[in-house]
Design a protein. Structure first.
Length: 461
């Protein structure tokens, strides 16, 4: 029984880490200083609107390529939810030049990997290969930016693929509805409320012309950024991208409609039931966009609460009170106002109210008591350790640079990430807790076990 519980904890923990997979940290070295193996970073904007970011790093003969489109859940409208995922799938179905699956086969034959990610703000196609395959990767990405054929047959296949993704990750997954319900409850006006895989009815009704129009406006050079990081010469890559991507026709960008989420006036709650037998409690709060100066303090605060086995929630709920199997939380740093949330996966015999009381009590404590100097230093140390640990991955560094460029709007702020965390004070922690952790600003989701029938209860007893 214990291995199954552990497996459930792992799966649930992965599910609850809702933060953008694009988040990454700059390369290792002293804060704000690049290692000697890294060359200059460059930015080029081509006449058709395509942006190229290059970051040389000659420490290993590898390159990471990210093609990011400003297309995500927030660009969808009611009735067309899931259309971004459909377009993502269409991009994987081949072109008039390369058949479906050719890109993956070519990349994997060279020892590399590729994947795609569609989230709230962006859709990204990520590839990591040896340096000698860089020209090939750029050729393949330019080809699918220009030559994807959208036919009715392919649309049916793409819609079915997204439906299967939804079935696997939402409808057939114990904790699947939790994520969907949370965003739908937390956001009333902003399209972040839309489900990641679309509503089933919308997927069934997305038409060919609607997909063609959305694809033409969103998956095109003027709405794209190409990031190349690794072992290469920038001038050569700039010339290659110019020759491959500049001939691609761009189209007028769709109107930029800024939807402001109205201030939340009261606590919002939803109660879900599940056959898992394990109660879950989650509470989240609206926070400002990723570019806001309060973000560094919120990053440190999160680590005070759920940063490892010596964090406040873990020490209290898992070690001391033994009411929870696992605790966690994350900071959703988005282009528009995001979320910070905390959760506990409780022991099967622990009432969900116990988990709620403990988490809300620790949140209120942040508003009336300063964190100790030891807690603050430990949280900063953990942040810095995470920073350097993650920078070992080339594609992670590239993704983080893209995040700062596209979401924060200031790619140079990447160099100050550690310094900004180190500058956080205990007064800052109390200030942001007081500012954002109000009852009227919170959304609560609880998951309780389905009530057993008398005969089922007898079997368990």
């Amino acid at each position: 029984m214990m291995p199954m519980i552990r497996r459930q904890i792992c799966i649930a923990s992965l599910f609850f880490v809702l933060a953008l997979s694009s988040q990454a940290f700059p390369q290792s070295g002293s804060p704000g200083r690049a290692p000697e193996t890294q060359g200059a970073k460059k930015e080029v904007v081509f006449p058709n609107g395509l942006t190229l970011l290059t970051m040389e790093d000659h420490s290993t003969p590898l390159v990471s390529v990210i093609v990011a489109y400003r297309a995500g859940n927030k660009n969808e409208v009611p009735g067309l939810t899931g259309i971004t995922r459909v377009c993502e799938r269409l991009m994987q179905m081949g072109t008039s030049r390369f058949e479906a699956g050719a890109l993956n086969r070519i990349i994997q034959s060279g020892g590399g990997f590729s994947r795609s990610i569609a989230d709230l703000d962006l859709t990204r196609f990520v590839t990591k290969v040896t340096s000698r395959l860089l020209d090939t990767v750029l050729l393949l990405e330019a080809d699918r930016m220009q030559n994807v054929e959208i036919t009715y047959e392919k649309l049916l296949l793409a819609r079915e693929a997204v439906r299967k993704d939804r079935l696997t990750n939402v409808e057939s997954f114990i904790y699947g509805p939790f994520n969907e319900e949370y965003f739908n409850l937390a956001y009333r006006a902003h399209p972040y409320q839309h489900p990641r895989y679309g509503w089933p009815g919308d997927l069934n009704n997305i038409g060919l012309e609607e997909v063609k129009e959305y694809f033409q406006r969103r998956f095109q050079p003027a709405n794209a950024t190409v990031v190349v990081a690794g072992d290469f010469a920038s001038e050569k890559v700039i010339a290659l991208v110019d020759s491959l991507f500049s001939p691609i026709v761009s189209y007028p960008l769709p109107p930029q409609i800024r939807i402001t989420e109205p201030e939340q006036r009261a606590e919002r709650r939803a109660l879900l039931e599940s056959a898992s037998g394990i109660p879950v409690f989650l509470v989240g709060y609206h926070i400002p966009p990723a570019s806001h100066p309060d973000i560094p303090a919120l990053r440190v605060l999160r680590r005070v609460m759920v940063g490892g086995e010596s964090s406040r929630l873990y020490e209290r709920m898992v070690l001391a009170e033994k009411t929870a199997l696992s605790v966690g939380g994350d900071l959703l740093e988005l282009e528009d106002p995001g979320q910070i949330f905390f959760y506990s996966i409780l022991n099967y015999d622990t009432p969900v109210e116990v988990g709620e009381e403990a988490i809300l009590d620790e949140i209120e404590r942040l508003k009336v008591e300063y964190v100790t100097s030891a807690e603050l230093e430990k949280a900063k140390n953990r942040f810095e350790a995470d920073f350097y640990r993650n920078t070992r991955s080339l594609d992670y560094r590239a993704a983080r640079w893209a995040f700062y460029h596209l979401i924060v709007g200031n790619k140079d702020a990447l160099q100050n990430e550690i310094a900004s965390a180190r500058a956080v004070t205990k007064e800052d922690i109390m200030e942001v807790a007081t500012r954002y952790f109000s009852r009227n600003n919170r959304t609560i989701i609880t998951l309780t076990p389905t009530e057993l029938k008398p005969e089922e209860q007898e079997i368990l007893e």
